[in-house]
Design a protein around this ligand. Structure first.
Ligand SMILES: [Zn+2]
Length: 350
């Protein structure tokens, strides 16, 4: 099941069994920046070893977390919370372990909901240090993005792939009662993924054709960087797994391939702050079969989510307009935002 969008459960061979399965309690975490990416290490005190062997304490390395007031969240990524009891599917990686299958390798209690789910500042892994849990949101009406000019190795010439990506953004933009919109800033060579506090940054969509370092079953992953003090997203990138997956823009013909628009429409949902929905019909459902196209269209619940968060008539005020109404975003993150997007203060929501 589940990584980011979409998992290739029926495209690839069956998921690889985890060599180590443990139950335990997450006790400690530390996070640090490594080349634009926040890397977290969690200590899990092992209570049961179900498969393989493991020491009494296991150090689990995973991506995402919060450092210096900024959080990073990977769709489909591993989310471990100190104090929580979990069963983990693990693989040794040097002296550490990594979780097999991303979020699907973390087993917790608790049922899902059939309603749309917002990513929050608690979704950073570990969550932001603040007591408050803020849902993620963009504080602008129009979000700019660029596409890496290399496109996909599977689509030559590349224009249909670019068109499918633009159509994916348009689906979320075309919701009548939601103001959220996107500005296509064109193609960029070798666009950088991640977020640098000193900038420059861009919200990018990029096919990774080799050295894909995330879960091989993930078709695509969205990385969001946000302000822990408000939930305001300052940067978001979508990467597609061109190494392990074969993409198409014509799934009616290529039924064994993965539809770019189906994939990216899901990822754009992450890009604007939504997490996975347990409804298999939702665009935000975590799995997709090869040839699938139903995520191209939003369910009524997906649409309602966009309206609730970005409702027409509740647009953020222009920067400097109206004091007191917005979230108290940290100077660090807001500073990083200037020049990236038109900075606006968010209207207080009821
Ligand atoms: Zn996803």
């Amino acid at each position: 099941m589940a990584l980011s969008l979409v998992v290739l459960s029926s495209l690839l061979t069956a998921p690889v069994p985890a060599p180590v399965v443990i139950e335990g309690v997450v006790t400690e975490q530390s996070s640090r920046w490594e080349d634009g990416i926040i890397v977290t290490r969690s200590i899990v005190e092992v209570t049961n070893v179900l498969t393989g062997s493991a020491p009494a304490k296991v150090q689990v390395r995973h991506l995402g977390g919060a450092v210096d007031g900024l959080g990073q969240w990977w769709s489909g990524g591993v989310w471990l919370v100190p104090g929580e009891r979990v069963r983990l599917d693990l693989a040794p990686s040097g002296a550490e372990m990594t979780v097999v299958g991303g979020e699907t390798g973390v087993h917790q209690l608790g049922a899902g909901t059939e309603r749309y789910v917002r990513t929050t500042t608690a979704s950073a892994m570990p969550e932001c240090p603040q007591q408050m849990k803020y849902p993620l949101f963009w504080n602008v009406v129009t979000i700019p993005y660029v596409i890496d000019s290399a496109g996909s190795d599977d689509i030559r010439p590349p224009e249909p792939a670019f068109a499918a990506i633009r159509a994916s953004f348009a689906t979320w933009e075309n919701i009548d009662r939601s103001y959220i919109s996107f500005q296509d800033n064109g193609l960029v060579d070798n666009v950088k993924i991640g977020y640098e506090k000193s900038g420059p940054n861009s919200n990018a969509v990029k096919f990774i054709e080799e050295d894909w370092t995330r879960d091989f079953r993930a078709l695509a992953i969205t990385l969001a960087t946000f302000d822990c003090n408000s939930g305001e997203i300052v940067d978001a990138d979508i990467i597609l797994n061109g190494e392990d997956a074969v993409f198409t823009t014509n799934p009616a013909v290529d039924v064994t391939k993965n539809d770019i628009q189906n994939t990216v429409t899901h990822e754009v949902g992450h890009f604007i702050g939504f997490d996975h929905n347990t409804d298999p019909e939702s665009t935000m459902y975590s799995d997709a079969a090869p040839g699938e196209t139903k995520k191209r269209d939003l369910t009524q619940d997906d649409i309602q989510g966009a309206i609730d968060v970005y409702e027409v008539g509740h647009e953020p005020e222009p920067a400097g307009c109206c004091s007191g109404a917005g979230h108290p975003g940290s100077p660090l993150a807001l500073g990083a935002l200037v020049g990236l997007v038109a900075l606006r203060r968010r209207r207080a929501r009821a």
